[in-house]
Design a protein around this ligand. Structure first.
Ligand code: CP
Length: 307
């Protein structure tokens, strides 16, 4: 298989295991490219890409921009805070105005779940979802899968625990779909209030005891508590959350095996993970960020139909 089965990348739920494997295999070639002295290839030099960010981002925005530039695309970036959205312009009007400037592909982060799907039905461009509310973050799941495969050799049969604020996490949902499609076993761990009730219907294990989850898994993906999405209190205090669900070095070292530690970022040091764990030799947090550029290059290259 050399082509994706989809025109857009809206979520991992909609794509096949073959699509995922094609992206991961293509990303391996691009990882080699970005580690060369000259990190650029001419693959997308006739393509124009607009990055529309209606919500804050450091990693995803920079990673897409670097991926696009390393493929030689023309790139424009848009931040909602400094745009005419503030004057009342709608999403469709904003995007159609950008498309009138002959843009081929749109990368969009938006606070509303379903925003990327909505856009794909109303504008004539290829859309990549760079995170839509608490729904999906497909390129994060792909770079996480790439990083696990790179570290463990394969994903099939591996045990991955996703720990923390699953309720508000688009990373959790995309990771669950992606890892299951690749044959991994997935567990979610956190306080009852931060684990959505529907989650067991997705075929994941649910565990409320952090030590038990860590003893079970090969890889722990630690999630940030998303206070900005919480309009009520889901636990008594951050201090209590950290006591029960924070990963510290003492706990990590007391486990019966060496597990891999991941985090999508941004990290809240001292809350869900201590600095000595985040910076330890078991952590692959910065490898995840490096791999994000290669994986996004692969997604852009394949969606632009250059395979
Ligand atoms: N992991 C992630 O999406 O980080 P940003 O919000 O900084 O893009």
């Amino acid at each position: 298989m050399t082509k994706l089965s989809t025109k857009h990348l809206l979520g991992i739920k909609e794509i096949t295991a073959d699509d995922i494997n094609l992206i991961l295999n293509t990303a391996e070639s691009f990882k080699e490219v970005i580690n060369r002295p000259i990190k650029k290839v001419p693959s997308l030099r006739d393509i124009t890409i607009a990055n529309l960010f209606f919500e804050n981002s450091t990693r995803t925005k920079l990673s897409f921009e670097l991926a696009e530039r390393r493929l030689s695309a023309d790139v424009v970036s848009f931040s909602a805070a400094a745009s005419s959205v503030k004057k009342g312009e709608t999403l469709i009007d904003t995007v159609n105005n950008i498309l009138a400037m002959k843009v081929d592909l749109i990368v969009m982060r938006h606070p509303n779940p379903g925003a990327a799907v909505f856009l794909s039905k109303h504008v004539d461009a290829k859309i990549i979802n760079a995170g839509d509310g608490a729904h999906e973050h497909p390129t994060q799941a792909l770079l996480d899968a790439f990083s696990i495969k790179e570290k463990l050799g394969s994903i099939k049969g591996k045990k991955i625990a996703i720990v923390g604020d699953v309720l508000h996490s688009r990373v959790a949902l995309s990771n669950i779909f992606c890892l299951q499609k690749l044959g991994a076993e997935v567990m979610v761990c956190g306080p009852t209030t931060l684990i959505p009730k529907y989650i067991s219907h997705l075929g994941v294990k649910v565990e409320h005891n952090l030590r038990k989850a860590l003893e079970w898994c090969d890889v722990a993906n630690m999630l940030r508590i998303q206070l900005e999405r919480q309009d009520i209190k889901f636990f008594p205090s951050l201090r209590e959350y950290t006591m029960l669900y924070g990963l510290n070095k003492e706990l990590l070292d007391s486990l019966s095996k060496k597990i891999i530690i991941m985090h999508p970022g941004p990290i809240n040091r001292g809350v869900e993970i201590t600095s000595d764990v985040a910076d330890s030799d078991q952590s692959i947090i910065l490898e995840q960020v490096e791999n994000g550029v290669a994986v996004r290059m692969a997604v852009l290259f394949l969606l632009a139909g250059r395979a």
